[in-house]
Unconditional design. Structure first.
Lengths: 116, 239
């Protein structure tokens, strides 16, 4: 497990370094994810420890949003002042985004899925 | 009793332990409900923690001193998304054309509609700039918002609210439209509601989760590259 964690942290570190060096607009962990994917293609898949540790972390992905989410308490005032524009814009645009992405992919791949 | 509280509440250990314990309770409630999307673990945990912090008069910064250890795990866990992506790589590559088109359509609709609707309803400029990148993962969204003149911490809140909303309603909305295949459902969840949608997608199946992880990653990249120059062009048209 420690070796797997070290692998994940090393790729995150490489991602951060690349971001800083090339002034990329994408955060280090996302670059680290891309680098690890390339590494897994070269290595033809993850070893069992990495597969296991990644699975455990991803099963608890929700937990990692709790500390930042609790930061909502800092913005109660603004959220109350602009409650309606914020709520409507947030809900409507999220529904539109879900529908746009889901329907587009569904329509474009329907025939492909049928053929399988 | 008061003395013990004063001592413990100043320690990172208390808030770290409570974050984990409350999350476990939220997961327990989620399971008890039979996996009902509305009983969202993030929503329940955040609600309980905010109520607790307000009731005890604990500042957020003191809470975060403890909770930052959990927050830190977001980085390595994002990297770990490469593992399910690799497992689905063949399927993803076979669909790369449709995936790219769905990315462009979905990303532009999600980001620009938030700005246009918010502007139309009279939201203030910093709120609008914080709202536009709400569909992408927290660190990217915060970076974009700052470049647009938004508030990073407010963006984090919008991102999480969007994630919770998408995690709760995405499957229902898509089912109404007859979209049920794992690829489309997963992709839509990851694109519109980033990591929280992805967490929910992994509960549905590993395939759904892999498409969500892919959508989250490439939408983060695409939004970071397009929104900072698209919005300043759009803004004058709305005034």
């Amino acid at each position: 497990m420690i070796a797997a964690l070290a692998t994940l942290l090393a790729f995150q570190l490489a991602g951060e370094a690349l971001r800083a060096a090339l002034h990329l607009p994408v955060p280090g962990p996302v670059i680290g994810m891309a680098l690890l994917l390339v590494w897994l293609v070269i290595r033809r898949g993850p070893g069992e420890p990495l597969r296991h540790t990644s699975g455990t972390l991803l099963q608890n992905l929700s937990l990692m949003f709790v500390p930042a989410g609790t930061g909502v308490m800092l913005h109660m005032g603004r959220l109350a002042d602009e409650a309606w524009p914020i709520a409507i814009a947030l809900v409507a645009s999220t529904v539109l985004g879900i529908v746009a992405a889901g329907l587009t992919l569904h329509r474009l791949t329907r025939h492909q899925e049928d053929a399988q | 009793m008061t003395e013990i509280w004063v001592y413990l509440s100043a320690q990172p250990l208390l808030w770290l332990t409570l974050t984990l314990a409350i999350y476990l309770l939220a997961v327990f409630l989620h399971r008890k409900s039979g996996g009902l999307p509305a009983v969202n673990p993030v929503l329940i945990s955040v609600s309980i923690l905010v109520a607790l912090l307000l009731a005890t008069g604990t500042p957020y910064q003191r809470y975060f001193d403890g909770a930052q250890f959990v927050h830190f795990l977001l980085g390595p866990t994002t990297v770990a998304l490469a593992v399910p992506l690799h497992a689905q790589l063949k399927r993803l590559l076979a669909m790369s054309g449709p995936l790219l088109i769905a990315l462009v359509v979905g990303s532009l609709v999600a980001g620009l509609s938030a700005y246009v609707i918010g502007a139309w309803l009279g939201a203030s400029a910093p709120t609008l700039a914080s709202l536009a990148p709400k569909s992408v993962t927290t660190p990217i969204a915060m970076g974009i918002a700052e470049r647009l003149g938004g508030l990073a911490s407010l963006t984090a809140v919008f991102v999480i609210l969007t994630g919770i909303f998408g995690a709760i309603f995405a499957t229902g909305i898509l089912r109404c439209l007859g979209v049920k295949d794992e690829a489309s459902v997963g992709f839509a969840m990851g694109l519109a509601s980033h990591g929280i949608g992805t967490a929910r997608a992994f509960q549905l199946s590993e395939q759904t989760g892999a498409f969500a992880a892919l959508a989250m990653g490439i939408n983060g990249l695409f939004t970071a590259l397009t929104l900072p120059w698209l919005l300043p062009m759009l803004a004058p048209l709305l005034r």
